[in-house]
Write a protein that binds this ligand. Structure first.
Ligand SMILES: [Zn+2]
Length: 216
């Protein structure tokens, strides 16, 4: 009998919560919040996902984020993700999310964290799926924005698994965030970082040597 991979228990250790937004939820949330999108149908959204570079993808990724307006949207998004992957055998997931991408919409770190935690608790009790949350620093933004986010997160350090680094890599070397991640490590938190996707090998070295990343 062939091995059915769907039935094997799995851990998903690299997933961006905002990136799990499916076309149907994107369109539904846009309608609920009265946001106009450059897509009018599911097929148009799917067509837009034929991207050619990380930056092309990120443009779509940030456009999709516009429809996430309240903590309940994050709960619904995370629950939809957990439900989908539980049916594929995922038993543990560690979710990245980008708090700075939502600040401009008036969403602070804590309510977002609480919204996602609600879904995590539901996933544990209803699906038997354990999860951890990893907020990420957006590397295309300035260091002072990263430092402010770190200060906002540290009082809640027991509720997150690590702090990550993501977004556009070109021109945004890990060393830009040496001080931010020093604060993260001083608080006893683990560090993970995206490195070497579009940047040179030296960015991987920096992420390990300067930021203390334990997972790339
Ligand atoms: Zn990633």
């Amino acid at each position: 009998m062939p091995l059915n991979l769907m039935h094997l228990p799995k851990a998903e250790l690299h997933v961006h919560l905002e990136g799990t937004l499916e076309p149907d939820m994107l369109l539904a949330l846009a309608q609920i919040h009265g946001i106009s999108l450059p897509y009018s149908s599911r097929d148009e959204v799917l067509a837009a996902y034929h991207f050619g570079s990380l930056d092309d993808f990120l443009k779509l990724y940030y456009a999709g984020m516009a429809v996430l307006r309240q903590p309940a949207d994050f709960t619904a998004l995370a629950l939809a993700y957990f439900t989908r992957v539980a049916s594929q055998g995922v038993r543990h997931a560690e979710l990245f999310f980008d708090p700075q991408a939502h600040q401009g919409k008036g969403l602070a770190f804590l309510p977002l964290l609480e919204g996602i935690e609600l879904a995590c608790r539901e996933a544990a009790s209803q699906l038997g799926l354990t999860s951890r949350i990893i907020p990420c620093i957006l590397r295309h933004l300035r260091e002072d924005s990263a430092l402010r986010l770190v200060d906002e997160m540290l009082p809640h350090r027991d509720r997150i698994a690590a702090v990550g680094l993501d977004s556009s890599e070109q021109g945004n070397p890990p060393q830009k965030f040496t001080r931010a991640f020093q604060r993260v490590r001083d608080a006893g938190l683990k560090v993970v970082a995206h490195a070497g996707e579009e940047g040179p090998p030296d960015y991987i070295r920096q992420a390990i040597d300067l930021l203390g990343a334990e997972r790339i």
